[in-house]
Design a protein around this ligand. Sequence first.
Ligand SMILES: *[C@@H]1O[C@H](CO)[C@@H](O)[C@H](O)[C@H]1NC(C)=O
Ligand SMILES: *[C@@H]1O[C@H](CO)[C@@H](O)[C@H](O)[C@H]1NC(C)=O
Ligand SMILES: *[C@@H]1O[C@H](CO)[C@@H](O)[C@H](O)[C@H]1NC(C)=O
Ligand SMILES: *[C@@H]1O[C@H](CO)[C@@H](O)[C@H](O)[C@H]1NC(C)=O
Ligand SMILES: *[C@@H]1O[C@H](CO)[C@@H](O)[C@H](O)[C@H]1NC(C)=O
Ligand SMILES: *[C@@H]1O[C@H](CO)[C@@H](O)[C@H](O)[C@H]1NC(C)=O
Ligand SMILES: *[C@@H]1O[C@H](CO)[C@@H](O)[C@H](O)[C@H]1NC(C)=O
Ligand SMILES: *[C@@H]1O[C@H](CO)[C@@H](O)[C@H](O)[C@H]1NC(C)=O
Ligand SMILES: *[C@@H]1O[C@H](CO)[C@@H](O)[C@H](O)[C@H]1NC(C)=O
Length: 613
Amino acid sequence: MHLLIDFILLLFLCTQANSAATDTILAGQALTVNDKLVSENGRYALGFFNTSSSKPSQDTTNWYLGIWFKTVPKFTSAWVANRDTPIKSTTSLELTISQDGNLVILNRSTKSIIWSTQANITRNSTTAMLLSSGNLVLTDFSNSSEVLWQSFDHPTDTLFPGAKLGWDKVTGLNRRLVPWKNLNNPATGVYCYALDPSGLKQFMLTPLNSSIQYWSTGVWNGEYFPSIPEMKVSNPVFNTTFVINDQERYLTVNLVNKSMVTRNVMDVSGQRKAFIWLEDSQDWTMIYAQPKLQCDVFAICGSFTICNDNALPHCNCMEGFTITSPKDWELEDRTGGCSRNTPLDCISNKSTTHTTDKFYSVSCVEFPENAPKLEAAASAGECAQVCLSDCSCAAYSFNDGRCSIWHNELLNIRALECSGTSSSTGETLYLRVSAKDFHGVKNNRKGIVIGVATGTCVSALVLFALVVLVMIWRNKSTSSSHILNGVQGCNRIIAFRYTDLQHATTKFTDKLGAGSFGSVFKGYLNDSVAIAVKRLDGAYQGEKQFRAEVSSIGTVQHINLVKLVGFCCEGSKRLLVYEHMSNRSLDVNLFRNNSTILSWTIRYQIALGLLEG
Ligand SMILES: *[C@@H]1O[C@H](CO)[C@@H](O)[C@H](O)[C@H]1NC(C)=O
Ligand SMILES: *[C@@H]1O[C@H](CO)[C@@H](O)[C@H](O)[C@H]1NC(C)=O
Ligand SMILES: *[C@@H]1O[C@H](CO)[C@@H](O)[C@H](O)[C@H]1NC(C)=O
Ligand SMILES: *[C@@H]1O[C@H](CO)[C@@H](O)[C@H](O)[C@H]1NC(C)=O
Ligand SMILES: *[C@@H]1O[C@H](CO)[C@@H](O)[C@H](O)[C@H]1NC(C)=O
Ligand SMILES: *[C@@H]1O[C@H](CO)[C@@H](O)[C@H](O)[C@H]1NC(C)=O
Ligand SMILES: *[C@@H]1O[C@H](CO)[C@@H](O)[C@H](O)[C@H]1NC(C)=O
Ligand SMILES: *[C@@H]1O[C@H](CO)[C@@H](O)[C@H](O)[C@H]1NC(C)=O
Ligand SMILES: *[C@@H]1O[C@H](CO)[C@@H](O)[C@H](O)[C@H]1NC(C)=O
């Protein structure tokens, strides 16, 4: 996690210097790299910012013109002008009104235009202004109600309160949200949240430029979108309206409490997420993510991976494969997937008859809905032969007499939990690997555990935790930070035994709070590290809710709110273990009745966001 936070580090330059805060650029004025515009209400700022990773020596710094939350100390961008044309140098850089009336980013010394609003303007007396809504508007100097261009018409990844998302039939403008490429790069990402082009009154999530819909709001029923049940109840944060008339079809989201600071964003994870800024915790708190399960996002892990909603990290390479771009992977862009360690014999030797390729069985997985081409084969052996005789065959499966052949890349393979008690058995995929990688697998037992176990990760975690516990038992002086560090290597979450949690919480005596979902108890790991143990004891707490919680909390952990340390699932017992962070823990706030931090409505909203599976 800390690695991630390091990378999230977005640095930006905005020295107050001698520039009095203003919200306007007039013709003839210019904004330099050290200046910024501040909206009249002080909420938003416009200026140049840079992004650089935690290792600046290796990266060139890129500069962007953008709008960010001025009142939020943690730099959070909401709009980027030049997302796909980063600026490499700040020499002679300025934002100004050009001769043709457009707002432009200019190289003052060469007079070359780096970015322009490109509006069809017939006069040169224009003014740019950052409104209190966060909208950057270009208007005629003499008539400020005549908007010539506005940033609300060109959103990047964030939907501002009051902005329209959707289609203007008159101008043909389609406003949509596209995430950043990765946590550190605002370039156009690979997913899109937009109005359904087929005319249905719904918004959908798709890969960019694709019609593959992996989540949708459901068709607007006049009051709310069916897939967002949060809208049905009087929503304490957002008031969403969908407008359809002769000229336009759009969605607009307004704040119920105008003084709240919120962020409605299309995330790098391919999920739409909403956050509220909490002054007390000085952090963004996620109130919902759609779709709720990370693996529901199309090709989120790229090819030759297994996506697991119940473990962190969610994406893992298949055996014989390695992460294609570790740098992007660290920055949460995993869509590049994994690549073969060794090319297939078939490819390198151009022979399909005497291939040495082997099949590695990947059990307990779920295949994507679009089943691959079926081949005539009576047995698993024949099916394997069909695969071997085709160089583009990457894997096969043989189920109920049906032989399926996967060509080229393998996308959207999901891990299932096939532990003893679970009824699902999952399917088995036979992955084609080079003989070299196959032997590598045989000689390396550890590799097998990590590779195969992605499907049954829970059992692997239990094993790992047992090893850790034995280590503790052997050496009482081992600090628990040692446990936490050790666990970082194996998906970072510990599977606890019930008796250990009983011991840690002194038989569940120190109750921090209770809610309809369960009770939260304070405890200590190794008598030193404070933990909060949440015992799910609501009657309806089934496997699904538990898994949804583990995965949702995983997402929350993502933004460093609640650190999920581990869990326990023995028999019908379901417990989640968090790092106890006094009033910083979202979980404790959720269940504490006398919480002064979150109002009940907000807590309800958070609970909905986290728990509705
Ligand atoms: C990027 O911005 C940060 C924060 O203002 C600043 O410290 C850093 O020097 C900038 N990077 C470059 C290369 O100017
Ligand atoms: C502007 O042009 C000069 C001269 O070519 C160059 O050195 C400088 O880096 C450029 N600045 C920007 C912001 O492109
Ligand atoms: C605007 O255009 C007029 C003529 O069309 C010209 O005289 C004037 O200088 C221009 N003003 C600016 C700020 O470019
Ligand atoms: C620009 O505006 C003029 C006059 O309003 C119009 O004739 C022309 O077609 C427009 N051009 C574009 C590219 O929209
Ligand atoms: C200002 O622009 C608006 C919108 O184009 C228009 O309706 C209004 O008549 C204009 N006002 C003046 C004084 O020109
Ligand atoms: C999407 O389409 C645009 C324009 O056709 C193209 O420039 C861009 O590369 C495409 N992006 C992806 C991810 O396919
Ligand atoms: C929600 O927005 C609609 C239209 O903008 C408005 O009529 C309604 O009063 C708003 N409801 C709340 C609770 O703010
Ligand atoms: C609105 O939000 C602000 C900031 O979060 C809070 O201080 C205030 O009490 C809220 N007002 C209402 C009526 O809920
Ligand atoms: C290609 O075939 C030859 C003999 O047929 C074999 O020795 C060699 O290892 C094969 N190459 C690969 C990459 O498997």
